[in-house]
Design a protein around this ligand. Sequence first.
Ligand code: CMP
Length: 138
Amino acid sequence: KTNRTFTMIKPDAVANGHIGAILDKITKAGFKIIALKYTALTKEKAGEFYAVHQERGFFNDLVSFMTSGPIVAAILEKENAVADFRTLIGATDPTKADEGTIRNLFAKSIEANAVHGSDSDENAEIEGNFFFNGFERF
Ligand code: CMP
């Protein structure tokens, strides 16, 4: 069934010049871009986005990292979008990400791991709504 996922190209991948290469891999994998934005998170916004990780030891580092520079946010559509996008990006820890995945190619560490991908249809909806209104979706 065709559905949507949400992604961010994180500050490390933006700073390292990988926006174009990552969007190319995403579109070549068959994802349609529904919404796209070059922006940045404030501390407040990052804390809200990652609220589920609030009690984790890495939370403050994660917020600092995610506000260290601009990001690219996008809503993507494809058959089986959430699961297929997680396959395309690879494991959270890039040392465990399969050969050829976006994190295998572009990520530096478990924190600076190049891209975000929603983990469920429900979170894809919530995360997409966090960045985009109806007029920004095509
Ligand atoms: P993501 O899955 O997009 O969203 C949660 C993020 O927290 C994850 O990517 C990593 O960037 C970060 N993260 C997850 N686990 C760790 C960890 N053990 N140490 C540092 N950062 C982590």
